[in-house]
Design a protein around this ligand. Sequence first.
Ligand code: ATP
Length: 308
Amino acid sequence: MRNEPAVEVTGLVKRYGARTAVSGLDLAVGRGGVTAVLGPNGAGKTTTVEICEGYRRADAGHVRVLGLDPAAQGAKLRPRIGVMLQSGGVYPGARAVEMLRHTATLYADPVDPELLIERLGLESCGRTTYRRLSGGQQQRLALAMAVVGRPELVFLDEPTAGLDPQARHATWDLVRELRADGVTVVLTTHFMDEAEQLADQVVIIDGGRAIAAGTPEELCRGGAENTLRFSGRPGLDLPSLLKALPADTVALETSPGGYRIEGKVDPQLLATVTSWCAQHGVMPDHLAVERRTLEDVFLELTGRELRV
Ligand SMILES: Nc1ncnc2c1ncn2[C@@H]1O[C@H](COP(=O)(O)OP(=O)(O)OP(=O)(O)O)[C@@H](O)[C@H]1O
């Protein structure tokens, strides 16, 4: 059924010996669009994605991908999905570009492999074996292999890790095109800007559970703790300004004549600050509202401690 969600995971549990990698994770991905799965090292992202791809078996929980159980119905599912593994998943002795061309012949309606070779800058790889490609070339080939069969759903595990900026942008363009073609893309990444650039939906995983989900905009808006900056003459009477603002607002002169207001920056606060400036003969230059970035939200939710 094409109306079924692309991915439906509830109560997923996966243990490796005594270590619980995934502990009751819920994840829902609708059809179409890009979903970015974020999380610190060891959060359980790859394990979750590999279970959805049918590469690993869950210990408990319910997993459906395009309406199919990846563990029991892998043969039906595999032709409909594209997979780019972190480790490449490509036979190391195979000649890279030939393998892509060969893979294309296995599908009924493949993307033209020559087009992918050109788009991902793989022309120079010619007859080179996969193991002799540079790390970035291996990544790009793995991406091409994942999409050449024109899948309905693509899983990309850290698709731009280790890529140079040119290859990163080429990868982003390809992901945008997949999205425009109606392909559902699920990607894991450690790059918050990548998620902000590409994702319609973001899911943040930590300790084997999904701890937040929403559009990047929703996640960044949550809490509404933003910053208002402006410049004016040095030494403004900030206690007087603060009297006009809500109790939990902070006002700082961060450099002579440079001001930062932290708190719930909404239209009312903006109006109060500009009206206070007008009353005090201050022209608030370079007035700017700075929103929280996805990275701010990610660090707030997952903390700053390194994961062991
Ligand atoms: N094959 C395995 N055997 C034993 N433990 C594993 C195995 N694969 C993963 N783990 C452990 O499971 C936990 C989750 O790992 P996973 O690779 O799913 O995390 P991740 O979020 O993808 O991390 P990263 O961002 O570092 O890629 C980690 O503690 C990891 O050490």
